[in-house]
Design a protein around this ligand. Structure first.
Ligand SMILES: [Zn+2]
Length: 139
């Protein structure tokens, strides 16, 4: 039987630690003209619409939880219930994410609380490989 693999949900979205002490981070881009930060990285600035001004940056690993909701029905491959939400990073970027490391309750989290990036299994594909992506957990 083939060994199960960890497969990023998409290339270029995040950095996977490749040595002890290395930390994961999301890969975004920052506009050298207006300072706007985008995730996922973008080639044209979504704010000032200039081309060739976006430079790749590593985004902060911690941010503040904005809105969130408990989902009681899951798409195929996911297990309900789970929590989804938006995290606002210090760069001003809003990240759509699954929230992990907490009880699955409507009152388990507070808006504005600090959360931290983790790279984790999202689901398994038909071959049993782990599809990995980003989540945030309470600090
Ligand atoms: Zn710009």
């Amino acid at each position: 039987m083939a060994e199960k693999k960890k497969v990023p949900i998409k290339q270029g979205l995040f950095h996977l630690p490749d040595s002890p002490g290395d930390q994961p981070y999301l890969i975004g881009s920052k506009c050298s003209h207006c300072g706007y930060v985008a995730f996922p990285k973008s080639w044209v600035c979504p704010s000032c619409m200039k081309d060739h001004t976006m430079e790749e940056i590593s985004l902060s690993r911690r941010g503040k939880l904005d809105t969130f909701a408990v989902l009681r029905q899951a798409p195929s491959g996911f297990t309900a219930p789970y929590i989804i939400g938006y995290v606002i990073l210090p760069e001003g970027t809003r990240i759509f994410t699954i929230i992990t490391g907490t009880e699955i309750r409507d009152d388990a989290l507070k808006r504005g609380q600090e959360v931290e990036l983790v790279i984790d299994k999202l689901r398994e594909d038909a071959q049993g490989n782990e599809i990995i992506g980003w989540k945030f957990k309470p600090v």
